[in-house]
Design a protein around this ligand. Sequence first.
Ligand SMILES: Nc1ncnc2c1ncn2[C@@H]1O[C@H](COP(=O)(O)OP(=O)(O)OP(=O)(O)O)[C@@H](O)[C@H]1O
Length: 235
Amino acid sequence: MTAPPRDTPLIEARKLTRILPETVPVTLVQDIDLTVSRNEFLAITGPSGSGKSSLLYLLGLLDRPTSGTLLVEGRDTGTMDEATLAETRLSMMGFIFQFHFLLPEFTARDNIAIPMRKLGRLSRREIDRRAEELLGSLGLGDHIHKRPDQLSGGQRQRVAVARALANDPVILLADEPTGSLDSRSSEQVFDTLRALVHERGKTVAMVTHDLDMANRADRRVHLVDGRIVPLNGAG
Ligand SMILES: Nc1ncnc2c1ncn2[C@@H]1O[C@H](COP(=O)(O)OP(=O)(O)OP(=O)(O)O)[C@@H](O)[C@H]1O
């Protein structure tokens, strides 16, 4: 695959709409025009039920729009088959959710190895080395062989961040990544995400209810009833 020109946006949504075909159709998001640039920290805010998670799932190719266009590095995802979508997700995107979803019987290192094994580009030894490096780089070098129940909530979530970074994605999509953490752990996870953008060239799109954090991102978009609205007066 040839590299896209440098000025191609990482992700570009045009009139992105997702409607669930229920008896009474449910509009999750509507007419979303949004460009996510390389190396930016984007916060997505909005009231409960406004479509934040739905938008993140569309941007992360976990769901397909009903209408509209979604370009990833200039490529139209609407024409991709399931296998291409899955490969694009696995190689370009990392996901972090409110709950860590680490496998309880696996160590931190082995949890991080899973996406690398799935992608199948590295040997077992390389995978272990990369997992250890990632944990070390997130301040978790002493916890490589611990299972999730031997870690604090904040440490578990940082292992989940390391797992999201396993395949060296260009973008991290985070859905309320600090939503179940105390304020100190929240700050640590937030600082980790911000450092990934500003020091390691990653891109982050983060759904959050926390307006203080959202305002410390590089940019914020606000959703109401599935649409992006101007920020004036949104808090
Ligand atoms: N499978 C579904 N069936 C019916 N309605 C749904 C479904 N999924 C989402 N919705 C509705 O779509 C709307 C958008 O949901 P979404 O989870 O994207 O909102 P959100 O802004 O992330 O909410 P929250 O902040 O509470 O997590 C909500 O009103 C939700 O109830």
